[in-house]
Write a protein that binds this ligand. Sequence first.
Ligand code: ADP
Ligand code: MG
Length: 256
Amino acid sequence: MPDTRAHGSTAVATGGDTATAPALLQIEDLTSSYGAVRALDGVSLTADAGRITAVLGANGAGKTTLLRTVSGLVRSSSGRVVLDGEDITSASVESMVGRGMAHVPEGRGVIAELTVHENLRVGALFRGKVEKSEYDRIYDLFPRIAERRDQPAHVLSGGERQMLVIGRALLAQPRILLLDEPSLGLAPRIVAQIFGLLRRLVDSEGLSVLLVEQNARSALSVADVGVVLNLGRVVVTDSARTLMADEDLRHAYLGF
Ligand SMILES: Nc1ncnc2c1ncn2[C@@H]1O[C@H](COP(=O)(O)OP(=O)(O)O)[C@@H](O)[C@H]1O
Ligand SMILES: [Mg+2]
C-alpha cells in the first residue's frame, strides 16, 4: 500500500501555500543506533516554521530516538540536522536552547519537591534575567498551573504536569518545540485542551512544533503535516488531512 507514496518526501504544501521557503528544521538521512539496534534508518523530514508537524508510529518506531538525536542527546551515525540553515548535527545538547530549540521529553519530568513556580524557574535557568511578565504569560496560558503555583509539583495531575513541562519549555522562548508523547495517559478532554493551546501558539505567535505521538488520531486533528515512522524509517509524509482520510494507512500504521 504505501509503495506508491513518496518515501521521506519533504515538500508538502499546506494551506494552499506552495512557496518554497527553506524549512526551519531539516532532518536529512538520519541514522542512529543503540549498539546493534538501529533505531533510525535514514530518516528525512522537515518541520516548517509556523506549523505543527506530527511524527506518528507505533511503540518502537523510533519517535523518541528521533527527538533525542535532533536535540543532541543521541549521536547519529550518519545524516544531518539543520536548524534555520545551520548544521547542528554535532552541536551539544546544552547549546540547543540558545539556538531556539526546546525539547519536552516523554514522561513529564518535574521536580516533585519544588513548587510549580520553582519548576518554571528551572526552565529559565539557561537564560539571563527573565521578566515577571514572561511567567505571567505562562500562567495566562495555563490557568490551572497558575492556581497551583505555590504548591509542590507532586500534587499535580498528569495533565497539569504536562502543562507545567510545556510552560517550562516555553520560558526558554523557543522557535521550535519538540514534544514527545504529551498525550500519553491523559483524558481526551485534557489532550484537546493542550493541543488546542499549541495550535493557538502556532497560529498567533508563529511557534513551530515537532510533535511525536502514538495517539495519531489526536495528533492529526491538530497537526498540519504528518510523518509516519515504522521500524526507524519514514513510510509516508503528507498533509494531516490526507493522512486522516487514508483508511488503509490508518489501519496499517496508525492504530485507528
Ligand atoms: N536506550 C536504548 N537502548 C537500546 N535500544 C533502545 C533504547 N531506546 C530505544 N531503543 C530501541 O530503539 C527502537 C526505537 O525506540 P524509540 O525511539 O524509543 O521508539 P518510540 O519512541 O517510537 O517508541 C526500539 O527498537 C527500541 O527498543
Ligand atoms: Mg517514545
